[in-house]
Design a protein around this ligand. Structure first.
Ligand code: PAF
Length: 281
């Protein structure tokens, strides 16, 4: 496995690699990331994993400075999984001059997480376009845990006609249901014990939808209130059309329930897809 931090060297190494499969990450890898890497391995071709904590997607009050950086441990894990190349550029390598061009994402980027994190998806889309142009993969793999991010990246790829296939991996959860996330490390013991409530709340909404309830707003409010009652600060619980991410309408068959909420200082997100006709969650 080669660990490369310079763009020209990466391009040189990748020159002979056809069928590049790319897993972009911000490092501090957990089993959720490793599932993406395993999927990349199965896809075949040269597997490239990037590790870069992208300053463009953090707001001024957010955790950019304290975001866990664990490059050595990450590389050990990636080597065991048979990754071909790790691209871990410095900030100066990716931004030799301040980034003046940005990808302006569609209006859905102002809703859900975008409402509380203005500029987040602009930062994600911009770095993804840069990383795409550097790696030139034929496949890129993302986790469904960041459902809105996946939606926006798919839209960017489609609308800019980028010749790359976007694949999605199911969310990996701890035994108690908590979706794996690097930010789980911020939780203290008490918060960690309480954290699965977010997933349980989504599960309750899903069950009510499957048993025929269709008052989406009432379901959102009930789930929000229940979380608030146990001390969560809720950014949103939202029932959306899984394909468009627009507010769910009566008759939509494929839904997704998304939530973001804070426990103490830690903001967690999660979601659950629901197929109303087949009854699948
Ligand atoms: O999901 C992430 O880890 C990041 O948002 C991504 C896609 C690597 C862009 O920085």
């Amino acid at each position: 496995m080669q660990v490369i931090s310079h763009i020209p060297e990466l391009r040189r190494v990748l020159q002979s690699a056809s069928g590049r499969v790319f897993v972009p990450t911000m490092g501090n890898l957990h089993d959720g990331h490793l599932a993406l890497v395993r999927k990349a391995r199965q896809t075949g071709g040269c597997v490239i994993v990037s590790i870069f904590v992208n300053p463009l997607q953090f707001g001024p009050q957010e955790d950019y400075g304290r975001y866990p950086r664990t490059l050595e441990a990450d590389c050990d894990q990636l080597e065991k999984l048979g990754v071909d190349v790790v691209f871990s550029p410095t900030e100066a390598e990716l931004f030799p001059v301040a980034q003046e061009f940005h990808v302006s994402p569609p209006s859905i980027a102002k809703e859900l997480c975008g409402e509380v994190r203005p500029g987040f998806f602009r930062g994600v889309a911009t770095i993804m376009l840069k990383l795409y142009a550097i790696v030139l993969p034929s496949v890129m793999i993302f986790g469904k845990k960041d459902y809105q991010q996946l939606h926006i990246i798919r839209a960017m790829v489609n609308q800019f006609n980028l010749p790359v296939r976007v694949e999605a991996c199911e969310t990996v959860r701890a035994r108690d249901g908590l979706a794996l996330s690097s930010r789980n490390a911020y939780l203290n013991l008490r918060e960690r014990a309480q954290a699965p409530e977010l997933y349980l709340g989504l599960g309750e909404v899903a069950e009510r939808l499957l048993s025929g309830e269709r008052d989406f707003r009432a379901l959102e409010t009930r789930a929000t209130e229940k979380l608030k009652a146990t001390g969560w600060q809720v950014d949103y619980v939202a029932v959306r059309n899984a394909q468009t991410l627009k507010t769910a309408q009566e008759g939509d068959a494929h839904l997704v329930v998304l939530a973001a909420a804070r426990l103490g200082g830690t903001r967690l997100i999660d979601n659950l897809e629901i197929e109303l006709h087949s009854g699948k969650v």
